[in-house]
Design a protein. Structure first.
Lengths: 416, 86
């Protein structure tokens, strides 16, 4: 249902509001002189602020009074006066997280593990929400690089050090941090596996892995095996797709693991970022599963670290699918607060089936760009167009056509 | 799926005295196999509860012996990983 004078959001609110309830609204008149015509008190309206620069008036009005305002020829448009939140960069409102907050969900108490370079436990954005930390590098759980703290801020930062300007997706979630990467941002697969093992033992509900190794991957290596085992234990595992795009077959481990949610990156234009790794996997499966913002994301900065482009003492800007994955982890936390009994497979399916088609191939965007509100509301999106399987990478000269043909014959199945 | 990648086996043969960081997948309870691994000269670095495997360090010569054990289902290299943000 649409209405030229009443915004769609206000129409929805009106439909759910009892007649005696006053709603906060902003009325736009044709000109300031028209506002003066309405000086006399009107039934069901409590007038508030009159704006100087534009012909707007803030007021509280009952549904009946709003209908009368709509019928007034001097009224141009009526807006719902919404609560204002400040956001982590622009990505959080872009994926409609504030609408989910408005519904009362912040991921409160949902347990997210960030398996990364550690975390700055003294950062104000995580105050009293870091439940447990551990270290598998031998250098202690503190974040000497900055990457883990940045990812934790995207998933679950409160924005306390920025008056909530840089607030993460699930600011009520509980944080578990396993340090598996060193001060240079690197580590070994076995340490990451130990981190996943530890997180599952801690009883976390979500694991974020913004890390990986490059190279073609069929999802059978030890790290993928560990991630799939975590999912079988009931844990949602969100993994960065990698930054080896735009070529096909560039999703490494553990992004290629079958049961995880593999997350590619989008840019400021809401298109798949060039750097975002593309599928298919070596065994022909579609990956990534979804895409989310990963470009110029401002989030928590670990004290004294130089990662990204520092904004101030507490925040820094960074890009990559590392930044996309914790957006997904945060959305999962919101979903699990709303519906604690969802299985990892159901959470994944919810994110994928409600994502928005960006018009790219399935090997670039997966099911599309995820949207927190649509996932929460379970608003199913039309399935994107099927994508032909690209030829496999690096065939020997003269063998390309044959390999591509065989690949197309055996692996060229349509997206289910 | 091969128990050991041909390239990795070749590396062990070519460097029998060099140390290799490996991840082993095992059948059954790894705890019961620990003694057997230690007797072979394998250093167990980490045990994985969820998957039943372990990360180990041993020489190429030992790795070749390890690959002949029936209860070891797969051996792969412990690879570097890195953060994916910049």
């Amino acid at each position: 249902m649409t209405d030229e004078k009443i915004t769609r959001g206000l129409l929805r609110t009106l439909a759910e509001t009892e007649e005696e309830t006053s709603l906060p609204i902003i009325v736009q008149y044709k000109a300031r002189r028209h506002i003066l015509h309405h000086r006399a008190p009107r039934r069901g309206i409590q007038e508030g602020y009159r704006y100087r620069l534009r012909p707007f008036v803030q007021m509280y009005a009952t549904p009946d009074a709003i209908r009368n305002l709509k019928a007034d020829p001097d009224t141009v448009r009526i807006y719902e006066d919404l609560p204002v939140h400040a956001f982590l960069d622009t990505s959080v409102p872009h994926i409609q997280v504030p609408r989910v907050w408005k519904a009362g969900l912040t991921g409160e108490g949902v347990r997210i593990a960030i398996i990364d370079t550690g975390i700055d436990e003294a950062h104000p954005d995580f105050e009293q929400r870091i439940i447990e930390t551990t270290d598998f590098t031998g250098h202690g759980p503190a974040d000497e690089h900055g990457h883990g703290t940045h990812c934790a801020g995207i998933a679950a930062g409160s924005g306390a050090a920025s008056q909530a300007l840089y607030r993460g997706v699930a600011p009520g979630a509980h944080i578990y941090s396993a340090r598996v990467l060193g001060a240079n941002g690197g580590g070994m697969m076995s340490d990451v596996m130990a981190g996943v093992d530890w997180a599952v033992q801690q009883g976390v509900q979500i694991i974020n892995l913004s890390l990986g190794s490059p190279g073609l991957c069929d999802g059978t290596d030890a790290l993928c095996d560990m991630c799939n085992a975590a999912v079988r234990e009931g844990v949602v595992v969100c993994v960065a797709a990698g930054n080896e795009g735009p070529s096909d077959y560039t999703i490494g481990s553990p992004g290629c693991a079958k049961d995880v949610i593999t997350v590619g990156g989008t840019n400021d234009a809401d298109q798949v970022a060039e750097f975002s790794s593309r599928g298919p996997t070596a065994d022909g499966r579609i990956k990534p599963d979804i895409v989310l913002p990963g470009n110029n994301i401002i989030s928590a900065r670990a004290n004294g670290t130089k990662m990204g482009s520092p904004v101030n003492q507490y925040y820094t800007t960074a890009s990559g699918t590392s930044m996309s994955a914790p957006h997904a982890a945060g959305i999962c936390a919101l979903l699990l607060q709303a519906e604690p009994n969802l299985s990892p497979q159901e959470v994944k399916e919810r994110l994928m089936s409600t994502s928005l088609d960006l018009g790219d191939t399935a090997y670039a965007q997966g099911s599309g760009r995820a949207d927190a509100w649509r996932a929460y509301q379970n608003e199913i999106s039309p399935a994107p167009e099927p994508t032909p399987t690209p030829p496999p990478p690096g065939p020997a000269p003269g063998q390309g056509c044959l390999v591509a043909l065989l690949h197309a014959l055996f692996l060229g199945r349509r997206r289910e | 799926m091969a128990k050991v990648d041909a390239e990795l086996r070749k590396a062990w043969r070519n460097n029998p005295s060099a140390d290799f960081d490996l991840i082993i997948h095992t059948e059954g309870n790894l705890g019961e196999r620990s003694k057997s691994l230690e007797d072979l000269g394998v250093e167990i670095k980490r045990r994985f509860r969820l998957t039943g495997g372990a990360s180990v360090r041993c020489t190429g010569r030992t790795a070749l012996k390890l690959a002949r054990r029936s209860w070891i289902t797969r051996i792969e290299t412990d690879r570097p990983v890195s953060a994916l943000g910049r």
